[in-house]
Design a protein around this ligand. Structure first.
Ligand code: PLP
Length: 391
């Protein structure tokens, strides 16, 4: 049989993570000890009380039916959490939609609003799921550069007028992956005015909303005046509550937009396992017990890695939040080859910046997913790098 992928498949590049890991495992079998700072998968286990509840609920015979668009307890917990943490009122009946991890929501959402040929404004660099969703919708990406000069915030006013006329959706991510810039209320207000002017739907990815290192929490997009008229926020339990494997997240915001995405999703899946939804609700209800500790841990990790890399002459993007360090290394080598050489010489696994877009050339992303002692070890290892042109 002559098996051919669809033309659209050319827009779905294979992920580099598997190749990096395989190369690293090969080095390990040659005796190198590995320090994996590649994936942003939380290393801290979920709270005991969440795991106990998951275990109890999983034993109930009644837990195994389809849940369709989700249980009301979850929507209510999201609404309460937004009121408590962000001072934003969310109607649990019309303004919340559960998704199977935010990846699923991000990849499907553009299909709900964009036709082939429409433009989606995103950033370079950006989290990879945005382009996947844009490709699935048959839409086109317009990349707004994230530069040191603009504080790693996309400059909306630099987007050409002809692009704006065709733009349907704007995707933002603050604090971001891979560049952990923080949002401000004035920036989000500017986004609302811009969205109204050009009739562009805004999707703010707030996956790292609980990761901040000073007293100043990253604000919710929905806290900006008028934000609910123009858009949505997607947030996830993966990182904040260490529930990445359970695949639970949610979209909140404009009810009309939520209804459209809900209609699409009702054709795609029949809901998340009920115990996961109820445990997620429990996590949201008890968020503060979990996030205070989380923040202290990540603030310390961030300080150690940032100071360590700076002491080696690396340029670290300044940030008060997020789960990553975005760093420019002081060597003349492309990011992919640099990353492989670093694994070979030191066992430290990072992600080449170019995975997130062409503007990532010369940069690497390091995830704060190891204990402080291992981050210190990683810095000591990185001090030994001797760069050559080939691997
Ligand atoms: C910015 C951002 N958004 C969304 C996701 C997807 O997370 P999940 O699907 O686990 O909610 C990630 C995962 O790394 C991410 O970095």
């Amino acid at each position: 049989m002559n098996v051919q992928p669809s033309k659209k498949m050319s827009r779905f590049a294979p992920a580099i993570f598997g190749d990096l890991k395989q190369f690293a495992l090969q080095q390990q079998s040659n005796g190198t000890s590995l320090i994996d700072l590649s994936l942003g998968s939380p290393d801290i286990p979920p709270a005991d009380f969440l795991r106990e509840e998951m275990s109890r609920l999983s034993k109930l015979e009644s837990s195994y039916g389809y849940t369709l668009t989700g249980v009301q307890t979850f929507n209510k917990a999201v609404s309460d959490y937004y009121a408590r943490v962000n001072n934003v009122q969310i109607d649990p009946n019309t303004e919340v939609l559960q998704t199977m991890g935010s990846q699923e929501g991000l990849v499907h959402l553009p299909t709900a609003f964009c036709d082939p040929g429409d433009i989606v404004l995103t950033t370079n660099p950006a989290y990879v799921a945005y382009d996947a969703g844009i490709a699935l919708a048959g839409a086109e990406s317009y990349y707004m550069p994230l530069t040191k000069e603009n504080g790693y915030l996309p400059d909306l006013h630099a987007v050409p007028e002809d692009i704006l006329q065709k733009a349907k959706l704007l995707i933002l991510n603050l604090p971001g992956n891979p560049v952990p810039a923080m949002p401000s209320i004035s920036y989000f207000e500017e986004v609302v005015a811009f969205a109204k002017k050009y009739n562009i739907i805004v999707l703010h990815d707030a996956a790292y909303s609980e990761f901040y290192f000073t007293g100043n929490a990253p604000i919710s997009f929905l806290a900006a005046s008028g934000a609910k008229e123009v858009g949505l926020e997607i947030n996830s339990l993966s990182k904040t509550f260490s529930l990445a494997g359970t695949r639970v997240a949610y979209i909140v915001g404009n009810a009309e937009m939520i209804a459209i995405v809900k209609q699409l999703k009702s054709n795609l899946d029949f809901g998340i396992f009920e115990p996961i939804q109820l445990v997620a609700a429990m996590a949201l209800d008890n968020a503060e017990k979990i996030t205070t500790k989380l923040r202290a841990t990540f603030a310390e990790r961030h300080k150690v890695l940032m100071n360590g890399l700076q002491s080696l002459g690396w340029e670290v993007a300044p940030s008060d939040g997020g789960m990553f360090v975005w760093a420019k290394y002081p060597y003349e080598l492309d990011a992919v080859r640099f990353t492989y050489q670093v694994i070979e010489q030191t066992g430290v696994i990072m992600v080449p910046g170019t995975v997130f877009g062409s503007a990532g050339e010369g940069y690497v992303r390091l995830a704060l997913v190891q204990e402080v002692s291992l981050l210190e070890k990683a810095v000591q290892q990185l001090a030994k790098i001797q760069i050559t042109q080939t691997i």
